[in-house]
Write a protein of this length. Structure first.
Length: 279
């Protein structure tokens, strides 16, 4: 019998806890029996450019003390000036070095996955040039990931955010061109919905190379609590059961409407998810 999605695969994330201390988020995950977390690497919680190795290890001790596991490290890369496809050499090199530092932090955290996004090229330049810059950047980072025994979870963005990788086909193309066992694909349900795709589309292309999911509701834009958007939760869970997905489903709520009362958002999420997920 094919394994079904369980609540143990649901991972909490600290993005919507950013107006509270990191310790508050960690304690909340313990309260909600959410043993697995995805750590968003941004100020004030965990911005790698501001942290010493000693500070990173102290945060890891706080995570361990609560018996939590970091399943993915996601350094902020959409708000800060990070762009793996940047035309400017200095900016692109700075972005690569940022991810190298993030990979080292992921290793310290015990996270098997480091999330990376494609960046973007100028809309009025030849798209192949920006594509090559992202590919070259990912090739370098894949070598670093191999040395650290990490997997890069490569996330398509929305077409508004990136003109390079924004659907399953462009994701598959980039994975094939880089061709590294340390670079795999992941899904965010919002770009997936905006591209009129679903989990079967991704699974048919990626197979075992689908390693991680940001599992959120939307209209279809927005990163919303389940029930606040229009995405088909029941259908999605059925599809994940059918494809035998074994990775984690992270609740990545980036919408500012949840930052004042992040616990309430978690409670509503877990309640509705538990009503459609067995176990």
């Amino acid at each position: 019998m094919m394994a079904k999605i369980t609540m143990d695969q649901v991972a909490g994330m600290n993005f919507h806890y950013k107006h509270y201390p990191l310790e508050y988020f960690l304690d909340a995950m313990v309260r909600y029996e959410c043993k697995n977390i995805e750590l968003w690497g941004a100020s004030p919680h965990f911005y790698v450019d501001d942290l010493s190795l000693h500070e990173i290890r102290n945060i890891k001790k706080e995570i361990n003390r609560r018996d939590l596991s970091v399943v993915c490290f996601t350094p902020e890369q959409c708000v800060y000036p990070i762009n793996l496809a940047a035309k400017e050499d200095r900016l692109r090199e700075k972005s690569i070095q940022y991810f190298i530092k993030s990979a080292e932090a992921a290793k310290e955290l015990g996270a098997p996955l480091l999330l990376v996004t494609p960046g973007w090229g100028y809309e009025n330049e030849e798209p192949d040039e920006a594509w090559k810059r992202t590919r070259d950047s990912l090739e370098r980072l894949s070598t670093v990931a191999a040395d650290l025994d990490l997997t890069l979870a490569f996330e398509p963005l929305t077409r508004v955010e990136s003109n390079l990788v924004f659907d399953s086909n462009s994701l598959k193309r980039m994975l094939d061109e880089v061709n590294s066992p340390n670079l795999k694909g992941m899904i965010d349900t919002i770009p997936m919905a905006l591209a009129n795709e679903d989990f079967k589309d991704y699974s048919s292309l990626l197979g075992e190379d689908l390693v991680h999911i940001h599992f959120i509701d939307g209209k279809p834009e927005g990163h919303l609590v389940w029930g606040d958007g229009v995405l088909p939760l029941g259908k999605y869970i059925e599809q994940l059961n059918e494809i035998g997905y074994k990775g984690f489903l992270t609740l990545e709520y980036t919408s500012y409407q949840y930052v004042q009362n992040p616990d309430e958002a978690m409670e509503r999420s877990l309640k509705i998810l538990s009503s459609v997920i067995d176990g």
